[in-house]
Write a protein that binds this ligand. Sequence first.
Ligand SMILES: [Zn+2]
Length: 329
Amino acid sequence: MVDLQVNGFAGHDVNGDDPRGAVHEITAALARIGVTSWVPTVITAPEERIVAAVRAVATAREESPEVAAAVPFVHVEGPFLSVQDGARGVHDPAHVRDLDADEVARWCAAGPVGIVTVSPHTPDAAAHVARVVALGVQVAIGHTHATPAQVRDAVRAGANLSTHLGNGVATTLPRHPNVLWAQLAEDALTCGLIADGHHLPADTLQAMLRAKGPGRAFLVSDATALAGLPPGRYATPVGGEVELTAEGRLSPVGSDLLAGAARSLADGLRHVLAETSTTLAEAVDLVSFVPARIARLALPLAIGSPADLLLLGPDGSVHEVRRGGRLIP
Ligand SMILES: [Zn+2]
């Protein structure tokens, strides 16, 4: 499985004070549950902090062949997002800023940046999107209040992904047109969906998967460091003080908003099989082949490519994990 949006896992946080150590630990912890490739996701922060996190991922890749094989690049989610409540989610408004391709170029000088999530609502957004794409960085649309026309302009400029479609959007919208329909209808956008059972109701997930069709949707965990930890209140860089329920729902204390997720991509695979009409073969595409293509990884079933293989049960449960041909205990 390939997870394109991981903020943290098993108590380790990419956005914490030791991103290099977190990348090593998360690589090992995710492999054990069948996620053999993953993309560290750095959220809205001052430029120095984003650069330091990107540099830390580059260092971790140099230190370990396992990390180099598992982590293709960094996903920077922010800081060029909507400041409007709802669309912004829990990103820190003090550090949200207008889309700036020059800043993206400075991140790229520090290490491998593969995806940046932006809100294309500013008048010069499309020009910046084109410049970011020219750097070799894929542009995802997310946390946005952009108009449908601004979405189309961003796609014409080269944006090719939607970040966790259906989340990071105003809580109420005009019935149509709106930013969801614009992205669902746009075949050039492949969309990430959080299938943790809390971010999208099952009928929404089902409808979005049908709307995008084969090859144009993938699942992400959006997991935070709290994934896999006991219920309770925690302090975290992703949104300050948050509460994790026994059902795996994570929200800022005193709010109905969601503060990232606390379930893994392996949980997402089982959820999509249990709650939608997705077949096992289609579900494997959603967690493996589609995100692998976006991560520019060698497709797993080609002769000569790394043997990252899973043995799955019919319900999506993981029975055996091989990474690079070796069994993970
Ligand atoms: Zn987000």
